[in-house]
Design a protein around this ligand. Structure first.
Ligand SMILES: Cc1cc2nc3c(=O)[nH]c(=O)nc-3n(C[C@H](O)[C@H](O)[C@H](O)COP(=O)(O)OP(=O)(O)OC[C@H]3O[C@@H](n4cnc5c(N)ncnc54)[C@H](O)[C@@H]3O)c2cc1C
Ligand code: SF4
Length: 468
């Protein structure tokens, strides 16, 4: 454990954020690491509580108390070994995971929880700096070929596990770069993309082949894939966006978040985005519909474009400042959250429903009409609360309804569950023998940490199947 009395002696401290005025003018990560001596003291706050609920809070079941202790003692090499035992890419999770582990930390019952995510980041950053992260090549190859469709966190975690088990893995990605939403979606200011490139190099050395611009079901037939590979993993994400079908939806200037965000990732990567395709918030009144993570990413991006005004709409009422009684410890708390993008400005509106988009003579959106609503599930409009807001860029960030069905899924004929996601058994195998699924494609829109956990479990399922 850390220090017996550490939780009594030291206050919680976490990774900081760079000053708003500075970070608003660049696309670099917003974080400011905690110095090593302070991080070690955070490790000392771990109480060795006996039943570490943080394990169950973390979908990867990271061995948190073990590495908290090792970090406290400055035994960084052992700490990274313990961290990598359950987590392929801690540099991703320690930047963008919402840390359900901390919500489940036993110390969190009556004190601020252990700064688990901050410690995780210190361990992995230390390991990269020291050059301890090397390819882990298998001693024997099985000769079995596995195709992974989709290169998001689910596909990458599965591919690494399978390659290390000796299988010949090819990752197929329809985009021009590897990474899924880590690459195209999550803004650079939350996670810089060199983290993915570095891991790709490691994985290539471990024997993984990456094929980009390879759209399975379009460029490469499902039949050919099945012929060439002993097993296939579907890790194509949940890419079908939820639309807002109200009058005026066809107006110019209304875009899905995932039309807007990837263009910025591309520009930041040095690509030329033709002006006719570019979506800019510069000088505009922006309204983001959707109060979640994706909406916050649109907000931070629009700040950096220098929008004139930005509002973020959410249909749910404003959550309480502290953990709501309906979500007691160790559950993920319903409470108000302030992302880095909120700290940077913009106005948040709660319990509000858009009823119509209003256009100008040229077919461009110029405003939207909205009404305040009562609580879920009815969201009854409140009479007399109608209002019109100026808007010349509207970003729809209302989540995703599941995987895209045409192409890959239809051609394979895999069964879907009642939410429209790909159905799988406890080994992550779909209704088609030898075809597996993991991540958002199986569980619907979720988190990076869940995608990685599912990728690892699906790799186990595939390993067992290949033994038969
Ligand atoms: C804007 C945004 C911000 C987010 N921020 C966070 C965050 O801060 N923290 C967090 O934990 N989660 C966040 N999430 C959620 C998280 O990114 C996802 O849950 C996670 O990436 C899912 O991983 P995945 O591997 O299942 O799928 P994805 O990351 O979606 O990757 C799927 C990949 O499969 C490819 N693909 C699909 N079909 C095919 C095909 N037929 N052939 C070849 N390739 C194909 C796609 O191009 C894509 O690259 C965010 C999501 C969005 C949209
Ligand atoms: S991956 Fe997420 S839930 Fe797991 S220990 Fe890290 S921050 Fe916590």
């Amino acid at each position: 454990m850390g220090k017996v009395t550490g939780f009594l002696e030291f206050q919680r401290e976490t990774i900081g954020r760079r000053p708003v005025a500075e970070r608003m003018n660049d696309w670099f990560e917003v974080y400011q690491p905690l110095p090593e001596d302070k991080t070690k003291l955070q490790g000392a706050r771990c109480m060795d509580c006996g039943v570490p609920f943080c394990h169950t809070g973390c979908p990867l079941t990271n061995l948190i108390p073990d590495w908290n202790d090792l970090a406290y003692r400055g035994r960084w090499k052992e700490a990274i070994r313990a961290l990598h035992a359950t987590n392929n890419f801690p540099e991703f999770t320690s930047r963008i995971c919402p840390a359900p582990c901390e919500a489940a930390c036993v110390l969190g019952i009556n004190e601020p929880p252990v700064s688990i995510k901050t410690i995780e980041r210190a361990i992995i950053d230390h390991a990269w700096q020291e050059g301890w992260i090397k390819p882990e090549t298998p001693t024997e190859r099985t000769g079995k070929r596995v195709a992974v469709v989709g290169s998001g966190p689910a596909g990458l975690a599965a591919a690494q596990q399978l390659a290390r088990a000796g299988h010949l893995v090819t990752v197929f990605e329809k985009a021009d770069r590897i990474g899924g939403l880590l690459r195209y979606g999550i803004p650079d200011f939350k996670m810089e993309k060199h983290h993915i490139d570095r891991r790709m190099e490691q994985m290539k050395a471990e024997g993984v082949t990456f094929k980009t611009n390879a759209h399975i079901g379009v460029d490469i037939s499902v039949k050919d894939l099945r012929k060439e590979f002993h097993a296939v993993l579907l890790a194509g994400g949940a890419e079908a966006p939820r639309d807002l079908k109200v009058p005026g939806r066809q107006l110019k200037g209304i875009h899905f978040a995932m039309e807007y965000l990837p263009l910025n990732n591309k520009r930041n990567a040095g690509d030329t985005v033709p002006e006719e395709n570019w979506i800019s918030a510069e000088g505009k009144n922006v309204i983001i519909i959707g109060g979640g993570d994706t909406g916050a990413d649109c907000l931070g991006t629009s700040h950096r474009h220098k929008a004139k005004s930005i509002r973020q709409f959410e249909i749910m009422p404003m959550p309480p400042a502290e953990r709501a009684g309906s979500t007691p410890w160790p559950l993920w708390p319903l409470m108000m959250r302030e992302e880095s993008s909120h700290e940077e400005g913009g106005q948040r509106h709660w319990a509000i429903l858009t009823t119509e988009f209003v256009g100008d003579a040229d077919g461009n959106v110029r405003a939207l009409k909205a009404v305040k609503v009562g609580p879920a599930p009815k969201f009854e409009p409140i009479p007399g609360s109608e209002e019109e807001f100026a808007a010349d860029l509207v970003l729809l960030a209302m989540g995703f309804v599941g995987p895209v069905k045409n192409g890959l899924i239809e051609q394979l004929g895999v069964e879907l569950d009642n939410r429209g996601n790909v159905k799988a058994d406890e080994n992550y195998m779909t209704s088609v023998p030898g075809v597996f699924t993991a991540g958002d494609m199986r569980r619907g829109q979720s988190l990076v940490v869940w995608a990685m956990a599912e990728g690892r479990k699906a790799a186990e399922g595939i390993g067992e199947y290949l033994k038969e």
